[in-house]
Write a protein that binds this ligand. Sequence first.
Ligand SMILES: Cc1cc2nc3c(=O)[nH]c(=O)nc-3n(C[C@H](O)[C@H](O)[C@H](O)COP(=O)(O)OP(=O)(O)OC[C@H]3O[C@@H](n4cnc5c(N)ncnc54)[C@H](O)[C@@H]3O)c2cc1C
Length: 538
Amino acid sequence: MSRSFAPYPFSPVVHPAVVPPLADGVERVRHPLAIVGAGPVGLTAAIGLALQGVRSVLIEADDGVCAGSRAICISRRSLEIAHRLGALDGFLQIGLPWTGGRSYYRDAEVLHFSMPADDNQKLPPMVNLAQYHIEEILLRRAESLAEFIDIRWQTRLTAIDTSRQDGVGLSLASPAGDYALHADWVVACDGGRSFIRESLGLKLEGASYEGRYVIVDILLDSTRPAERLAYFDPPCNPGSTVLVHKQPHGVWRIDYQLRDGEDPEEAVKPENVMPRVESLLAMMGEAGDWNPIWITIYKANALTMPDYRLGRVLFAGDAAHLVPIFGVRGANSGIDDADNLAWKLGHVVQGKAGQCLLDSYSAERVAAARENLFYGTKSTEFMAPPSFAFDLMRTAVLGLATRHAKLRSLINPRQTSPIAYVDSPLNGASDGFSAGPAPGSVLPECQVGDGFLTELLGNGFVALYFGEEIDAPTLPCAVRVLPRACDHTGRLYPMYGASEGSLYLVRPDGHVLARWHDACRADVNAALGHVLGESILS
Ligand SMILES: Cc1cc2nc3c(=O)[nH]c(=O)nc-3n(C[C@H](O)[C@H](O)[C@H](O)COP(=O)(O)OP(=O)(O)OC[C@H]3O[C@@H](n4cnc5c(N)ncnc54)[C@H](O)[C@@H]3O)c2cc1C
């Protein structure tokens, strides 16, 4: 139920279907890894694995990046991942950074929130850019790694065979011909209606919401800054909730909630959408020319699979979980899945770790999905109250929020933020620290010398040593030495609860693995051995 009008200010390239050399209808080459779906999550996984030195075949039913806009808000955590993947520049060149927003109840401003954006941060808390830009940026990076990533456009997975112990069979259909291939491992990034999930009889668990939102992208001539605007029960659309976001190139996203009993088919008809947009823009004082680009309808789901691994098939992104869009956790959490999976699968495929490392992918990312669903559900229930009681509570909070500052936290949309794997089976020692990120946490950003801490990470394990010098060659991972002199703001050591000789061991995805005040080689080896399998390190 989507309609397009004026074209987006973006012309996607159409990629042809290609059939590889076959023997009896089966691709001659057996692949270590097949990734199904070249959306943001599949592309991120392919790039992450390529940087681990693993080749993949990336199978995509479409002929290019997505048409129509879906995700628009990309978080600082996703930008940090993009940085490690070598794709950050595109996000910063195109994306519109923003740091906060405003909520209105009827015609009064009830909340003005900001996200952390102090000078410890290299990156903005959020940038807005359309999903076709996100995919295009990732695609360009994937194409720069062409020796590792073989993209098969216009190629649809039509059957999957998981009956063999040593790999997975995939049947593929394309306009250039149908064929089969074999892969040792498969990553299912085939979106919310995942063919793989359905074919394997696996189920998403959780809740679906009744409330529906009309999503409208328009071209609007406006100088208003990028921020998140939320209007509850606005004079232009009484009884509804409306969200507004600025995107690059003069595109604006407007989401408004359908009222009870409104027919979704009717609601997306231009003759019904245009007057609502017109009256919203009039209420906002926007008098510039505008044109609709795209109209669609959205219904919130809060669902996850209970396990993201089935033997040699691993699920990521919307294929594994569906998170309500409020709080912008969909693509962002999928990118985090891919980042978590890439180093683990890379180690397993290359024989550097035991297969059980992949179970930690599922444990960590299912826990993350549950946290995302918790906050996404809270936001959804505030945006579109699911019952009379919720509605009553929301009306009371909104009505009182102008006078009672403490109530404003209940309106705060809590955008996505990094998730700590507090119960991860991989977490190691954390001896005697009174401050700093515990094992499982994402490394907090801080200025270091003339750069930033996250710039010191690579694609492998890193030891951050707080002190003047360390006998680095004795450690089995990259070492970054952080003498007091590099802490010119005086924040780094206290932020990490560090003293001379402290050591943080950081995973390839930027999560802390273990930390010590006085580590020796055996401590670091034991922590790595626990992750990779004792026998592999010895
Ligand atoms: C209106 C809207 C707004 C949103 N806003 C945000 C936001 O601001 N921030 C955010 O983080 N998230 C947002 N999201 C969510 C975000 O769009 C999704 O979470 C994200 O697209 C998931 O990426 P994915 O790669 O897992 O799946 P998809 O993007 O769905 O990609 C799946 C890919 O698999 C391919 N595929 C499917 N089946 C097959 C098959 N059988 N064979 C081969 N290929 C196949 C598809 O063609 C597609 O390219 C929004 C979603 C919507 C609808």
